[in-house]
Design a protein around this ligand. Structure first.
Ligand code: G6P
Length: 616
């Protein structure tokens, strides 16, 4: 999704801006651009192609400057086209980039049009550029303060002015923005440099000195100095924000022997799980942060808030929490929860789950829960420096490493590991975990990396199935109990990257509707662990076969489900108990991946999707 990089430096910052965009590329975008102050005027290059093309354009055009801003755009208002790409200019004087959505853009556009401003794009961003221009009377900082007071919605902006070289002003509300302070080392080696970025990763290798701007902040960047102003109602007051040392990892990890990042990330899961569980010697609430024991003691229920794949790890956790920790749990899609009337209970542990820690709907749902008086908050998150971790009292940081593929894989399995630990910690505090049970669960968790290797070795068999799937336009996924969310995740993976329409159902629901869809043309993928529901599931398989449906079953070794005409079986290892979902999701990831490869789609950057959804 949209990314921002901006800088002032004594040196040319264009290579740093473009490199920053490249580091944010994995988040998904459909156009990109850079603008600088050069020769006393604004210059810009924009492209609907890749950032690599933008780099060539800037090099060919000799774009170079110590003041500039850059952006990757994921279209919301207006089609993905060059004239809608950021940076946007106003009357050759103001250049601006923006993440987020301005809700009152129509009203502001009408007002500015009446004042004679001409709009070249369909974006809400251009409205802000003209608004800053309209309010500009020689001081960019003042103009930006005035402009943001008029904005409703979410924004992170970076802006500079033709008349004030060496100055970039930023502001944020609802969308992340960080300030980087230059150092003697790093790619730029300029301690006077100041940077802005929507994510610290954009500045990896450039600076590790980061200020996390807070909601409503406006920041003024000049050579060798910066000021942060905190919003206080309709006014801004100078404030201090701590400079933190942050080791951001570059997103541009090597692909190694893999064709795509998604494949690499699927195969990284044994290591990601081992890293996530490293240092877990025993179960204790303190795994989730200081003070977790008293929080866990004071809650009677769990409310999980998440989006996309993260919501499916939450749905899986619900089964664990209710059966092992005996605590009632509800799981809500964040974008629904934030807007519905609900009945709050202050004795609720609110758990957000997020790979990025930046998803706008999940952050807003968390705020909504807090506004209803639910103060016990915990996040399972993959980015230690993210807004989600900063906003929650307690956290478990998954160590999946940077996930580049838009379709989440290793983040999901590590979330499950974090959620299982949470289940055990709550069970312990509530008196439902004996030492012996704790030891058994920990043993199974520690063995997961090895068990996953055995599942990954099934890849050649999955490739053979993928050839058949690539010719289909629809697929059904079935699972029961703990593995129903895994079926949902398998269907989501397939639709995200292969564009095959896929639906998941709890297998017992089949006869209440989806059975009508079953023909020889409808592949039915089934997750078949050897759990208490196996015999019920076998009956559901019969229902499909009786209607001529073709079954593709991932069956635990001890299920005794055998291949026969119309029933294809890939044998999983023996049943892995409560942690079985972590193993069963892997062949579904591989099936989606190889089907997408066979169809020739852009696996790592599927159409219309973004990695990190920072708008609502
Ligand atoms: C986007 C991504 C998904 C992800 C979802 C939630 O839609 O494409 O892969 O599951 O956002 O993201 P989060 O970072 O909050 O887990």
């Amino acid at each position: 999704m949209c990314g921002i990089v901006g800088a002032v430096s004594a040196n040319n910052i264009v290579p740093i801006l473009v490199q920053g965009l490249q580091r944010l590329e994995y988040r998904g975008y459909d156009s990109c651009g850079v603008a600088v102050h050069q020769g006393g005027e604004l210059r810009r290059s924009r492209s609907t192609s890749r950032v690599a093309e933008l780099r060539t354009m800037t090099e060919d055009d000799g774009v170079a400057s110590g003041t500039g801003i850059a952006h990757t755009r994921w279209a919301t208002h207006g089609a993905p086209a060059v004239h809608n790409a950021h940076p946007h200019f106003s009357r050759g004087q103001i250049a601006l980039v923006h993440n987020g959505i301005i809700e009152n853009h129509d009203e502001l556009r009408d007002e500015l049009k009446a004042k004679g401003y001409v709009f070249e794009s369909q974006t809400d961003t251009e409205v802000i550029a003209h608004l800053v221009h309209h309010l500009y009377a020689g001081d960019l900082l003042e103009a930006v303060q005035g402009a943001v007071l008029r904005l409703r919605g979410a924004y992170a902006i970076a802006v500079f002015c033709r008349d004030e070289p060496g100055r970039v002003v930023g502001a944020r509300e609802g969308s992340p923005l960080i300030l980087g302070v230059g150092t003697e080392s790093g790619t730029q080696a300029d301690p006077t440099a100041r940077y802005l970025a929507s994510d610290a990763m954009a500045l990896a290798g450039v600076t590790d000195r980061i200020v996390y701007l807070e909601e409503g902040d406006v920041v003024d960047l000049q050579l060798g100095k910066h000021w942060v102003l905190a919003r206080d109602g309709e006014r801004f007051k100078p404030t201090e924000r701590e400079v933190k040392i942050v080791q951001a990892h570059s997103g541009a990890a090597e692909l190694g022997p893999y064709r795509h990042y998604m494949q690499k990330e699927i195969f990284e899961q044994p290591r990601a799980l081992a890293d996530t569980l490293e240092g877990v010697e025993g179960i204790t609430p303190e795994l989730f942060g200081d003070g977790a024991y008293s929080v866990f003691k004071n809650v009677d229920r769990v409310l999980i808030l998440a989006c996309g794949t993260s919501s499916y790890s939450g749905m899986t956790a619900k089964y664990w929490l209710e059966s092992i920790a005996k605590i009632p749990c509800s799981v809500e899609i964040a974008s629904e929860y934030r807007y519905r009337d609900s009945v709050p209970d202050p004795r609720t542990l609110v758990v957000t789950i997020s790979q990025s820690g930046e998803t706008a709907d999940t952050l807003a749902a968390l705020k909504h829960a807090r506004s209803l008086g639910m103060e016990h908050t915990l996040t399972i998150c993959n980015v230690a420096t993210s807004a989600m971790v900063r906003e929650c009292k307690l956290a478990y940081i998954t160590r999946a490493g940077v996930e580049v593929g838009v379709a989440s894989t290793k983040a999901f399995s590590t979330q499950l590991a974090g959620l299982f630990l949470l289940t055990l910690a709550l069970a312990q505090v509530r008196g439902h975990l004996t030492d012996e049970q704790e030891a058994q669960h920990l043993k199974a968790m520690r063995h997961l990396p090895v068990a996953l290797q055995a599942v990954l070795a099934l890849e050649p068999q999955v490739v053979a199935w993928a050839e058949a799937f690539a010719r289909k336009e629809n697929a059904l996924f079935l699972g029961r109990g703990l593995h129903y969310p895994i079926a949902l995740e398998g269907a989501l993976k397939l639709k995200e990257i292969s564009y095959i329409h896929a639906e998941a159902y709890p297998a017992g629901e089949l006869k209440h509707g989806p059975l009508a869809l079953v023909t020889a043309e409808m592949p039915v993928v089934t997750v078949a662990p050897n759990d208490a529901l196996l015999e019920k599931l076998k009956s559901n398989l019969q229902e499909v076969r009786a209607r001529g449906g073709e079954l593709f079953v991932f069956a635990d070794d001890d299920t005794k489900i055998e291949s026969s005409p119309g029933l294809h079986v890939i044998r999983m290892p023996e049943h892995y108990g409560a942690l079985s979902p972590i193993l069963h999701v892997v062949p579904l990831q591989l099936l989606a991946y190889h089907t997408a490869c066979a169809r020739g789609t852009d696996v790592d950057k599927p159409r219309n999707l973004a990695k990190s959804v920072t708008v609502e």
